[in-house]
Design a protein around this ligand. Structure first.
Ligand code: PGA
Length: 254
């Protein structure tokens, strides 16, 4: 894994956005794997600003999102469909039918998992997959204990994850218990993986990512087996990994 150490959230966001924008400029029909949550908000803001200022076009880009809650309508302000529209898609020139997010409202969720896998297979591979990291090491909604062989599946969210995401809901009770997520095997097929981590609440997860062995109890650990992963992490997220000596102190640049 290549590590880009940055000072803070803003630097992480600018650097990640610039990698995505370069990808789209080099290959206008790229497939981007997108994520939700607090981490990518700054990246999407940079991409929207760049689209306005430099006219980077997404007219031929396709996107696939990692996950969606089960039971939230697209119009629900907490759904990831809503999040993507609000934070990125409605501000750039991407055609709506080129954006793909699992449907957590499907009456047949197993069929929806198969549909999403078929879609991923039909897209000729994801060029860059954006990933946040959960405090418990999850990637997408692949919680600890998920098989590394998993494809799109339904997950029972851990209480740690529900509590972390509860900040966006009126109360913890409103946070869904289930989600539909792209599996780890599919994530690993992306050509380039960009994992972002910012803040001390990610320090344990980043420590485990760099210092612990590969184990299904730590979903992010599988990324060590991928040939092209870039981790962009800030000082706060790296604090434990540095203290334990798994990550070098000197600052590297990309
Ligand atoms: P966050 O979530 O970006 O809201 O911290 C990351 C994740 O849970 O994967």
């Amino acid at each position: 894994m290549k590590l880009n150490q940055v000072q803070n959230y803003d630097e992480m966001s600018r650097q990640a956005a610039s990698i995505l924008i370069s990808q789209v400029r080099q290959n206008p029909s790229s497939t981007l794997g997108l994520a939700t949550g607090g981490t990518p908000l700054g990246i999407y803001a940079c991409m929207v600003a760049d689209h306005r200022e430099n006219a980077t076009s997404y007219a031929q880009v396709s996107t696939v999102n990692l996950d969606e809650y089960v039971g939230l309508k697209e119009s629900d302000s907490q759904s990831y469909h809503f999040y993507m529209q609000r934070n990125l898609f409605s501000h750039i020139d991407i055609p709506r039918d080129a954006t793909h997010i699992p449907n957590g409202m499907s009456p047949d969720l197993l069929a929806e998992c198969r549909r999403y896998d078929d879609l991923l297979n039909s897209l000729n591979g994801v060029d860059i997959q954006l990933l946040g990291i959960g405090a418990n090491g999850h990637i997408g909604f692949n919680e600890p204990g998920t098989s590394f062989q998993a494809r799109t599946h339904i997950v029972e969210l851990t209480e740690t994850t529900r509590a972390a995401n509860g900040r966006y809901f009126p109360s913890l009770q409103d946070v869904p218990h289930k989600a539909i997520t792209m599996g780890i095997a599919s994530i690993m097929e992306s050509r380039h993986i960009l994992l972002l981590a910012s803040g001390t609440n990610k320090a344990e997860a980043v420590y485990a990512l760099f210092c612990d062995e590969v184990s299904e109890q730590n979903p992010s650990s599988i990324l060590k087996k991928h040939a092209n992963v870039t981790v962009i992490a800030d000082e706060a997220a790296l604090i434990l990994a540095k203290q334990k000596g798994c990550v070098e102190h000197p600052r590297k640049t990309s």
